[in-house]
Every structure is written in structure tokens, then in C-alpha cells.
Design a protein. Structure first.
Length: 239
């Protein structure tokens, strides 16, 4: 199946999430420092953002840095922050004149994140918030449990009662996004690692042993084809 044919398939997902795992192991296998794995991983990511946009998929979430990733050596964290800084500069140049909204899911008030990164992230979110096309959602300093607790605390502070799913979802980072259809995790790990527990309750999960820096266009197509074959029942009886 070609990209063109895939594009016309009505079973295409609206919202995909990528857990871009395996950068460190990719580097280790080559006798390189972990930072090189992240560098190449972020080059791979750029290509996939384009493929996913080309496919007409409306929302893309990417797990870039978890709340728990602060437990890594400072040198690695610093390198990742430098990559995020560059990534935000690139997004600004690339998407400012396009119908692309940037949402950054995660705690952007955390002072452990360099001030310049927090500022660039907030500016980019603010300046693209009116756009209605593609939503690009890199998740930086994100934790799913933390996101849920924040929502709960905000609702309590607002004195809200009779909280419905709809009201609750208004306090999640994904509030303006479509339901999460497919989560792809690379590197062979089969766990969620605190990623979108609320949003992924009825998502399809696709696991591949491929390490993220090596994840190719072919691999993406394979994942999409697998997704399209799934029978999503949502608790009912279908198919
Ligand atoms: C995931 O790759 C990328 C980030 C956490 C940013 P890892 O760094 O977790 O790579 P492995 O899992 O150690 O191979
Ligand atoms: C999940 O990967 C986070 C990102 C990809 C950013 P981890 O490598 O941090 O997850 P664990 O530690 O293997 O569960
Ligand atoms: Mg990992």
C-alpha cells in the first residue's frame, strides 16, 4: 500500500502518539554516547512529523521528556534541554506561517527547565493558539498522573461539583485535541511509563522492537496498517 492509498483510507487515525523510546540503546549499540542517540532520534522525529502531516492525520503527540526523566544524569538532561531549545526554534521558523498549532503538554512552570525553553514554549503556544489545522503536541516534563492530579486540584480550587468526563477533560493538556486513537512505542518496552493514562483508555497500542532513531517510514506504515486492522469495540459488540 502506498502513502497515497493509505491517505484515502477512512480508517486512518485522527490522533497518534509516539513514545520515542530507545535512543540510548541505539547509541550504545554503536559505541556512541547516549546524547548521540537523542540527536539522531530528534532528526528521525522531524521526518515523522512530516509523514504524519502528509497523511492528513490531525493531531500528533510525542513523549519527549517525562516527569520521571529528571532522574537521569544531569549531563543527559542538559543535553535534552538543549535539543528542546533548538526544536522550539525550528518549529517557530517552520510553522509560524502554516496552519499548525503547537501545544506543549507538561509542566512549563517547573524551574528545572531552562528559563529560555519555558519562555519559547509559552510564546509558541500563545502565538499559534488560534490555528485550527494540524496540532503538534510535544510532551515535555509530562506525567499522566500529574496531569490528572492537576486537573483535580484545579476543579477543587474552582469549587466545581458534579464533575463529568467532559468537564474534567477541559483541564487536560489535550482539551482541544481529538480522542487518542493510536500509541506507538518503539524499543521493545511494553508499558505506558506514565503516558496519557486518561486519554489512552481506548487507544490502540502498537509496540515494535525497532529503536526510535531507526524507526523508518516503512515502520510507520506498518504500524498504521496494523491499527487499521484492529476491531475497536469500545465495550460493544462489533464486527
Ligand atoms: C527515549 O530514549 C528518549 C527520551 C527519554 C528523551 P531513551 O533515552 O529512554 O533510550 P533508552 O530507553 O535508554 O534506550
Ligand atoms: C518514556 O521512556 C519517556 C519518553 C520516551 C520520553 P523512558 O525510557 O523514560 O521509560 P522507562 O523508564 O523505560 O519506563
Ligand atoms: Mg527509554
Amino acid at each position: 500500500m502506498t502513502f497515497e492509498k493509505l491517505k484515502q483510507d477512512p480508517r486512518m487515525p485522527n490522533h497518534i502518539a509516539l513514545i520515542i523510546d530507545g535512543n540510548g540503546r541505539w547509541a550504545k549499540h554503536r559505541g556512541l554516547p547516549r546524547s548521540m542517540g537523542h540527536k539522531v532520534g530528534f532528526e528521525t522525529l522531524k521526518k515523522h512529523i512530516e509523514y504524519i502531516q502528509d497523511l492528513g492525520i490531525k493531531n500528533l503527540s510525542i513523549y519527549c521528556f517525562s516527569k520521571q526523566n529528571w532522574n537521569r544524569p544531569q549531563e543527559e538532561v542538559d543535553y535534552l534541554m538543549k535539543l528542546f531549545d533548538e526544536m522550539l526554534d525550528e518549529y517557530k521558523i517552520k510553522y509560524m506561517d502554516k496552519d499548525v498549532r503547537i501545544v506543549i503538554s507538561g509542566d512549563m512552570d517547573d524551574e528545572r527547565i531552562p528559563e529560555i525553553v519555558r519562555k519559547k514554549a509559552k510564546d509558541l503556544m500563545e502565538s499559534t493558539k488560534q490555528k485550527t489545522g494540524f496540532i503538534l503536541n510535544p510532551c515535555i516534563n509530562y506525567g499522566g498522573r500529574e496531569e490528572i492530579l492537576n486537573a483535580v486540584n484545579t476543579l477543587i480550587l474552582n469549587g466545581e461539583k458534579d464533575i463529568t468526563e467532559e468537564k474534567f477533560e477541559q483541564h487536560l493538556y489535550t482539551r482541544d485535541m481529538l480522542p487518542l486513537d493510536l500509541v506507538i512505542r518503539t524499543s521493545g518496552e511494553q508499558r505506558t511509563s506514565n503516558y496519557m493514562p486518561w486519554q489512552a483508555t481506548y487507544s490502540e497500542w502498537y509496540f515494535t522492537k525497532t529503536l526510535w532513531p531507526s524507526f523508518s517510514k516503512k515502520d510507520l506504515i506498518k504500524a498504521l496498517k496494523a491499527f487499521m486492522k484492529r476491531n475497536r469495540r469500545f465495550g460493544a459488540i462489533k464486527g
